[in-house]
Unconditional design. Structure first.
Length: 273
């Protein structure tokens, strides 16, 4: 049987991908002017895939510095295609307010520069879970650089995907940066970022079909001249999508695939890099 009734098959292109396994030579990191501290570095302490991630924190087992205002900046990505999405994975341990659990003293956020302009905050599809406080304990002034700014903070201890809609920037040249801020008080382990990817609907049509063979599912697609193809899957159409496997063929058999009737798949042409 051949069907697509229970599956979403989408042809996409990977616009940008960084796993930090090769040292990320095109990435930069720095502190804001005015005496703030930069703790960004390549780290092997935690990683989602491979050996390395990028971390804002101590290079050993200690905590990040007080009074950080530091950013990790991507290379430029030119002529962003329509309907692009940024996806990355992260973990964080940073100081929260003990009195107001929705508030933080230290945290991280994502910013974007468009066509060489100033960096501004962008909001994930899931939103930011915390907000940096305007005041410290006892009503004293907050000593960090970003009072009142939404952020990731607290304890996110498993690799968690974040997705940001970049459709508004189609056709433009962008840079992205991950910005971490801390105050003068308690510090924690820091912020880890890994597997940064920008993907978008492919201009080419893959013409993917789904066939069943007993309990197995067979995905087939047109040969578009790529040496390899990656197949991603998710439990919902909105993701997050995880890599299922890769192949040099133009089909893939998913053993016992009919037991997962609500799986969603997409196929990406891949040059092997």
């Amino acid at each position: 049987d051949e069907s697509n009734a229970d599956f979403s098959i989408q042809a996409v292109q990977t616009v940008f991908h960084e796993s930090f396994e090769s040292g990320a030579p095109s990435w930069t990191h720095a502190a804001a002017s005015g005496g703030w501290v930069d703790d960004w570095h390549i780290s092997s302490e935690r990683r989602r895939t491979g050996t390395y991630s990028y971390k804002c924190g101590d290079p050993g087992a200690g905590t990040y510095h007080n009074l950080c205002d530091a950013w990790l900046t991507s290379p430029t990505i030119a002529n962003l295609p329509a309907d692009a999405t940024l996806q990355f994975y992260h973990q964080i341990e940073s100081e929260l307010s003990s009195a107001f659990p929705d508030s933080a003293y230290d945290g991280g956020l994502i910013e974007i520069s468009v066509d060489g302009g100033a960096f501004t905050r962008i909001t994930p599809m899931q939103g930011y879970p915390k907000t940096i406080r305007f005041t410290a304990g006892g009503g004293n002034p907050y000593t960090g650089p970003l009072p009142g700014v939404p952020c990731f903070a607290g304890d996110i201890l498993s690799w968690t995907p974040v997705e940001i809609d970049l459709a508004a920037y189609a056709g433009q040249t962008i840079q992205l940066r991950w910005r971490f801020a801390s105050d003068a008080g308690t510090a924690d382990e820091g912020w880890y970022v890994d597997d940064v990817k920008i993907f978008a609907p492919a201009a080419e049509e893959f013409n993917v079909t789904v066939a069943s063979s007993g309990a197995d599912i067979i995905l087939r697609w047109a040969n578009l001249g790529y040496p390899f193809y990656r197949v991603y899957h998710a439990s919902s159409a909105s993701g997050p999508f995880e890599l299922l496997d890769w192949t040099s063929a133009t089909e893939m058999t998913i053993v016992n695939g009919t037991s997962e009737l609500k799986k969603f798949y997409y196929v990406v042409g891949w040059d092997g890099d």
